[in-house]
Ligand binder design. Structure first.
Ligand SMILES: [Zn+2]
Ligand SMILES: [Zn+2]
Length: 234
């Protein structure tokens, strides 16, 4: 079936052009989603400006109670709620290597960032994978998403010098306190960020512990401002 599916998909795209990754209807040349499916995506509307947590439209200053005490990022922008079909798009990218999903998710995030009035960073910093996870998966989904942002936003990706020292990907089974301890020293930044404004790029933000640990590491390396760009917020 997967073979037949891929075969029929490639015939279809050769004959008809690109198809929507969700319903397989013809999609615009520049995107991997049709207009109807795009309109029905779980767009994140009102959200905390420091962590992208969904807030009620009534929260005038757009800051969640946690960020009032300790903001996660200087500015956080996320495109979607981590709900169907956004969760499916992300999981099939990560565990099924569906690269058109990286393209689509990156494009949706780029659109969202472009619509927000916020200064552009000097660098994009995709959340690094631990080398053992990178070997297993063969690619870093955050880096693939960041690649789709670099051109439309005209911001380069920071390559090298930022590493993940602990394989903390699969920590959903750990208790919250163990997770926090687990990610605290998860990253190492061996480059001088010399007062730069950087933006972390990730597929999904759930607890925010990973982004917080990476942000601390980047600030320690000299970053003046750390933003967070995520496709989806749980
Ligand atoms: Zn569709
Ligand atoms: Zn917040």
């Amino acid at each position: 079936m997967p073979f037949l599916y891929r075969w029929s998909k490639s015939i279809q795209s050769a004959l008809l052009g690109p198809a929507c990754v969700l319903c397989h209807a013809p999609a615009p040349l520049t995107q991997d989603i049709c207009a109807d499916c795009k309109a029905e995506l779980p767009w994140l509307q009102a959200a905390c400006q420091h962590c992208a947590l969904a807030l009620s439209e009534l929260a005038a200053d757009r800051v969640c109670p946690d960020c009032r005490k300790r903001p996660l990022a200087d500015r956080a922008i996320a495109a979607l709620h981590y709900r169907p079909p956004a969760d499916w798009l992300v999981t099939r990218l990560k565990f099924g290597a569906r690269m058109p999903h990286a393209r689509l998710l990156g494009d949706l995030l780029a659109e969202r960032i472009s619509a927000v009035d916020s200064p552009r960073p000097d660098w994009l910093v995709p959340v690094p994978l631990h080398p053992s996870n990178l070997r297993k998966r063969g690619f870093n989904q955050a880096e693939r998403i960041a690649r789709r942002l670099a051109e439309p936003l005209a911001v380069p990706i920071a390559v090298g010098g930022i590493e993940r020292r602990l394989a903390t990907e699969r920590q959903s089974t750990l208790a919250a306190s163990a997770r926090r301890a687990n990610v605290r020293n998860a990253f190492a930044c061996d480059r001088d960020l010399g007062d730069a404004h950087v933006a972390i790029v990730d597929d999904v933000v759930t607890t925010g512990h990973t982004a917080r640990a990476l942000a601390a590491c980047l600030r320690h390396a000299g970053a003046r401002r750390v933003d967070l760009y995520a496709v989806a917020r749980a």
